[in-house]
Design a protein around this ligand. Structure first.
Ligand code: 8ID
Ligand code: ZN
Length: 360
């Protein structure tokens, strides 16, 4: 039961068929507290970030298909207003502010979960893909997987830590790159990339940001990138990176661009022993890397998929101590269609965060 007054209907942004137009339904049903299952919680949303993944999911350009009708969104922050009856040992309580990330649920008991690869659990439920996501005023999630939000962090600032932040934080964590070493960030001006610059600097690394346009250049420089390369203007990205790194090449590349092209030169500009972290998710592309030089240069290629609960807590803690700050533009839910268009065209510097509840 809940002490809150929970409405029967709500506004959600929804896609009826893959490739269809996202639209707002103001009469979508709200699951009521008495209908929550054991371990589930109902979260009244404050806001949600919009990730390029939401656009991939709605347009159907991945080799996985989303559940339909699709309510996207996986960077949500809100307040728990009810918890399923009979739930014991919940790590969160009613009234607490929590975040909903891409991995909404995993069993916590299988080999993948126990190895810390919760995101690869066969029973995983994905927010905004296989279960209703955060483009809604009320979302059902799971007490074991929601992320507590530190008190000193504003909901709008915390939202994009839940996907963009966690994902790049984990990719950097496993990039085998020490403080003072070079990280190249293709996609640096986007949602994930602009957070990656800040996490990399917080970890003491040196950053070469790659993206395009004046606005993204200014943002990357402001956030601490040591160097900037415009991929549309550069005649030779590999040479530019080698020139900036004493002829040796960079120690790692965290590729967050949503295109295969951004992967193609990485093995060439990495130095021996370097690591390519694959993060950006174009649906069809393959990594075009020289086998010879991958072997000869002792290059490591690692796929890095979001993060587990501990990664989320660490990424959030770095935000709460002021190590990173999301650069975002605030929009109403009704703007989602235009936001998808802008993501498609690569027009958004940083992130868009949708406000679902005005501050009291
Ligand atoms: O767990 C994961 N691995 C994970 C988690 C979250 C998101 C992966 N993703 C994926 C998304 O599905 C998407 O494919 O990461 C990709 C980037 O997500 P995003 O940061 O939300 O997208 P964005 O804000 O559009 O930023 C992409 C940036 O890449 C630049 C664009 O200009 C944009 O700023 N870019 C492109 I497109 N091509 C480029 C290139 N060749 C490039 N930058 C450098 N070189
Ligand atoms: Zn995402």
């Amino acid at each position: 039961m809940s002490q809150y007054n929970i409405p029967k209907t709500q506004s959600v942004a929804i896609v009826d068929k893959i490739g269809g137009t996202v639209h707002v339904n103001p009469q979508h049903p709200v699951r009521q507290p008495e209908d929550l299952a054991l371990g589930e919680c109902l979260v009244k949303m404050h806001c949600t970030g919009v990730c390029h993944t939401d656009f991939h999911a709605a347009s159907g350009d991945w080799p996985l298909t989303a559940n339909l009708p699709l309510i996207g969104g996986h960077e949500g922050v809100g307040e728990i207003v009810a918890i399923g009856k009979g739930t014991v040992d919940s790590p969160v309580k009613v009234g607490e502010r929590v975040g909903i990330k891409w991995l909404a649920y995993s069993c916590l008991d299988c080999e993948m979960c126990l190895k810390g690869l919760e995101q690869n659990c066969v029973k995983a439920k994905l927010s905004g893909f296989t279960v209703d996501g955060t483009f809604a005023e009320y979302v059902v999630s799971w007490v074991q997987h929601v992320t507590p939000i530190p008190d000193n962090l504003d909901s709008l600032e915390a939202a994009s830590i839940l996907c963009a932040g966690v994902t790049v934080y984990r990719a950097l964590k496993y990039s085998q790159t020490n403080a003072s070493e070079w990280v190249v960030l293709p996609g640096a001006g986007g949602g994930l990339g602009h957070m990656a610059i800040q996490y990399a600097k917080f970890m003491g690394k040196r950053v070469i940001a790659i993206d395009t346009g004046k606005e993204k250049k200014e943002l990357c420089k402001k956030l601490g990138a040591d160097h900037w390369i415009d991929f549309k203007e550069s005649k030779d990205i590999v040479k530019e990176i080698k020139d900036l790194t004493d002829g040796l090449g960079a120690n790692s590349a965290i590729i967050t661009a949503a295109t295969g092209a951004a992967y193609s030169q990485a093995v060439d500009y990495l130095q021996c022993g370097g690591t390519l972290m694959a993060v950006g998710l174009p649906g069809e592309a393959t990594i075009d890397a020289s086998i010879f030089f991958t072997v000869y240069k002792s290059i490591t290629i690692i796929g890095s998929y979001v993060g587990n609960r501990q990664d989320a807590k660490e990424a959030m803690r770095i935000a709460s101590v002021g190590g990173v700050k999301c650069h975002y533009a605030k929009h109403p839910l009704s703007d989602i269609k235009e936001v998808y268009e802008e993501l498609k065209e690569g027009k958004i510097a940083g992130r868009v965060v949708v406000e679902l509840k005005k501050k009291d």
